[in-house]
Design a binder for this molecule. Structure first.
Ligand SMILES: NC(=O)C1=CN([C@@H]2O[C@H](COP(=O)(O)OP(=O)(O)OC[C@H]3O[C@@H](n4cnc5c(N)ncnc54)[C@H](OP(=O)(O)O)[C@@H]3O)[C@@H](O)[C@H]2O)C=CC1
Ligand SMILES: CCCCCCCCCCCCCCCC(=O)OCC(=O)COP(=O)(O)O
Length: 331
């Protein structure tokens, strides 16, 4: 009995000592290590944020398609970050109105720059050369080009004229490529510049009844991937952004198989993310000099992986999607 009491006392003492040792290790090693790591992470994020702010402040930023949707919100976001803007679009009144709105939106104490506007049609290749020169005259150089302007399309391949394929390609691909080429030499000369392409999830996957649009975005993705590799030696950054659905006028402005305006707000578009939110993602991606960013919910993001890892399954899902869409159209 005596021995039992002694050994249990010894056991209690041992476990007490063990707990104390553990408490000591926790206090002296683990907790400081944890707080240290959190501190370093916080400091890293703070430095990253400061660097991003400095990169965007006073940068000359060109935004195409600034009259509407994502482009308009990008203009607001980059202006608020202190950028010197060149707003591009086809509608001169809408561009001037935006410039006025931007200038009125900030207190005189905050240092902002009066935006310039340049009007041209991206589907007109000759106009783009002149526009490039006009853009360069605004501030003398360009730091960041945001190729945002674009149109979408809705239709069955079998009912679509090649002219429609060409029109979508002219605006989304050739126009973007031409403007990039008009501004690239000056960037290379300065050994400084950043080119951004607003592509789409549909630059990574092809979905039914979007052939012209998806093809133009796949071409955009490929072009800017090639460009990124070629201009690395010139210190030029290339960022490709692939958003999912955004609540803009894209579906309303889309063209159909015969070239007429689609004119309706699609449910997916209406339920898409707010353009202001996506513009913030664009700002951060550019500020952090990301090479590519997918800005979408998990289903479209997963679809990209499915397309490369299980193409057979992806193609079946797309075929069934096409069947369903055709059926709902017919009924
Ligand atoms: N909304 C969405 O769900 C998604 C959109 N995107 C991409 O985002 C970008 C912006 O589209 P979004 O804001 O949604 O759509 P909007 O239709 O609201 O805006 C499109 C912009 O592009 C301009 N534009 C169109 N055609 C031309 C042209 N020929 N020459 C010059 N400018 C032109 C329009 O100018 P104008 O006022 O003169 O017509 C407008 O400013 C596009 O590249 C689109 O593909 C990507 C993924 C999803
Ligand atoms: C539970 C497992 C899920 C597996 C995923 C299956 C794949 C599902 C298909 C998802 C298709 C997503 C399409 C997204 C398209 C998109 O976001 O496009 C953005 C646009 O550019 C919109 O342009 P539009 O003119 O088409 O409105």
């Amino acid at each position: 009995m005596k021995i039992d009491l002694g050994s249990s006392l010894l056991h209690t003492r041992k476990s007490l000592l063990k707990r104390r040792a553990m408490d000591l290790i926790t206090c002296t090693a683990i907790l400081p290590l944890l707080f240290g790591c959190l501190g370093i992470f916080g400091l890293f994020r703070l430095l990253q944020w400061i660097r991003m702010k400095a990169y965007l402040r006073n940068a000359v930023v060109v935004v195409t398609g600034a009259t509407s949707g994502l482009g308009r919100e990008c203009a607001k976001a980059f202006y608020a970050a202190g950028a010197k803007l060149v707003l591009c679009g086809r509608n001169v009144e809408a561009l001037e109105e935006l410039a006025q709105e931007l200038m009125a939106s900030h207190s005189p104490q905050k240092k902002t720059h009066k935006p310039f506007t340049v009007t041209f049609d991206l589907a007109d290749s000759e106009a783009i050369v002149a526009a490039g020169a006009e853009i360069l005259q605004c501030f003398g150089y360009v730091d960041i080009l945001i190729n945002n302007a674009g149109i979408s399309y809705r239709g069955a391949i079998v009912d679509t004229t090649v002219d429609v394929d060409k029109k979508v390609m002219e605006t989304n691909y050739f126009g973007t490529v031409a403007l990039t080429k008009a501004l690239l030499p000056s960037m290379i000369k300065r050994r400084r510049g950043h080119i951004v392409a607003i592509s789409s999830i549909q630059g990574r996957i092809g979905i039914p009844f979007r052939s012209a649009y998806a093809a133009s975005k796949h071409a955009t993705q490929a072009f800017f991937d090639c460009l990124r590799a070629e201009v690395k030696q010139d210190e030029i950054e290339v960022t490709v952004i692939s958003p999912g659905y955004i609540h803009t006028n894209l579906s309303i402005n889309a063209i159909t198989g015969d070239g007429s305006r689609y004119g309706a707000m699609d449910r997916n578009t209406a339920q898409g993310r707010s353009p202001a939110e996506v513009a913030q993602d664009v700002l951060v991606a550019v500020g952090k000099k990301k090479k590519e960013v997918v800005v979408a919910d998990w289903v479209p993001s997963l679809a990209i992986y499915l397309r490369s890892l299980a193409p057979g399954l992806f193609f079946s899902i797309m075929a069934s999607r096409a069947r369903k869409e055709r059926k709902s159209k017919d009924s």
